[in-house]
Write a protein that binds this ligand. Structure first.
Ligand code: SAM
Length: 380
């Protein structure tokens, strides 16, 4: 495989184009739009936002100010990471989960779901496929499945570390004791994704059953950071009970926690969950929040999620154009994908990595950014 998918214009030429695009948007803006554009410039330079401006951004019609928000976010990401898009190969290693989150299709009490656990051999084969297609990060994700003891998960991490010394290993296996996180880190895991889900305690309790603890979620994130992982937090956009006030708390949490990664995607209503009849989250709001997060924390690694692609045919392209810089193609065997049904109508269920890679590369051409063969570590 070549280092990049295609020959593209230079990064300097692209950033000049974005700057020109911002000027064109300003020139076409009405007086009202210019006022909002001014506030977006302040947000970008101060890396802070007020609740009232957040409410304004979320309620604007699609106008020149929104276009400007996305263009500024593109400029911000390109200033740090150039035109690169990083791939993370996702391996969904288990669909067993001890938790009963009200939004999630693999919640413990969903008895309609056939559960699976991949063998280490299958997981290694997924990594092999991913490596062949340019992935230099493997994300091992699953429900909170205690079958994956420290010993079993540790053996797997050690094996991947030994076979792929040039790759990052990301874990996303939920809440575990501090010693467990430490042990896995010592064996070679580099990153950990644990969405905080919401920074508002009351909202957290609306989304989760009583036995789950907001404090423990936040404590885990803190431990992960102290141990030295590159840490990803995040939340669903449009989750039931979410308000501009709770989103404001999420943004303030991101500003103070300074995670290396933030995963946000729209909430997707899912059968056999208490929230099955709730409305889906909005793609438009997700895009505005991606741009806002990019401007608040320009160095952050920000995926354009599969959930976004599941609710809009061009969702992942739009996410990249709103300031995201990571894609997470699925390396799981096709027969497992439908069973890892965290939400309904997920895309790419039947596509092997060869097809996914070609499809994503073709899709990204429209964004004038390029998929690269790199680990894509946090810069800064
Ligand atoms: N067990 C790990 C954890 O708790 O972090 C990782 C797996 S969990 C299924 C991954 C993420 O999927 C959650 O953090 C949640 O934000 C997202 N998710 C679950 N159900 C969803 C839904 N209905 N719509 C959109 N995202 C969902």
């Amino acid at each position: 495989m070549d280092e990049t998918t295609k020959k593209q214009p230079s990064a300097d030429a692209k950033s000049a184009l974005i700057a020109q695009n911002c000027s064109v948007i300003r020139a076409e803006a009405t007086a009202d739009e210019l006022q909002t554009i001014h506030k977006i410039d302040v947000l970008a330079s101060e890396q802070d936002i007020s609740l009232s401006f957040l409410k304004e951004l979320l309620s604007l019609p699609k106008n020149n100010a929104v276009k400007y928000l996305h263009a500024k976010a593109r400029q911000a990401v390109e200033n740090v990471y150039g035109d690169k898009i990083f791939l993370r190969g996702l391996v969904e290693i288990t669909s067993f989960c001890r938790n009963n989150c009200n939004y999630c299709g693999i919640r413990r009490s969903n008895r309609t779901l056939e559960r699976y656990r991949m063998t280490p051999e299958t997981i290694m084969a997924c990594c092999q496929d991913g490596y062949k297609y340019g992935m230099r990060t493997f994300v091992l994700q699953g429900g909170e499945d205690m079958w994956w003891t420290d010993e079993r998960l540790g053996d797997l991490v050690s094996q991947i570390r030994a076979e792929y010394p040039d790759c990052a290993i990301t874990l996303s296996m939920g809440e575990r004791p501090r010693e467990s996180y430490q042990r896995l880190f010592d064996l070679g895991a580099n990153r950990y994704l644990l969405r905080h889900e919401t920074a508002d305690e009351q909202h957290y309790h609306y989304l989760h059953p009583e036995e789950m603890s907001f404090q423990n979620r936040m404590q885990c994130l803190q431990w992960l950071k102290e141990i030295g992982y590159q840490v990803g937090c995040g939340f669903m956009v449009g989750s039931p009970g979410q308000t501009p006030e709770t989103i404001f708390k999420d943004l303030q949490f991101i500003r103070s926690f300074r995670p290396q990664m933030v995963g946000i995607g729209p909430f997707v209503a899912t059968q056999h969950t208490p929230f099955a009849d709730e409305p889906n989250g909005s793609v438009e709001t997700t895009l505005r929040l991606l741009s806002t997060i990019r401007l608040l924390h320009p160095h952050v690694l920000l995926p354009s999620t599969t959930a976004l692609g599941s609710l809009h045919p061009l969702g992942r392209e739009l996410g990249i154009l709103a300031g995201a810089n990571v894609l997470m193609p699925n390396l799981s065997p096709v027969e497992n994908r439908e069973l890892y049904n965290i939400y309904d109508n997920k895309i790419c269920l039947g596509d092997g990595i060869d097809h996914c890679y070609d499809c994503l590369s073709a899709r990204m051409e429209s964004t004038s950014r390029r998929i690269v063969v790199e680990r894509g570590d946090f810069v800064g």
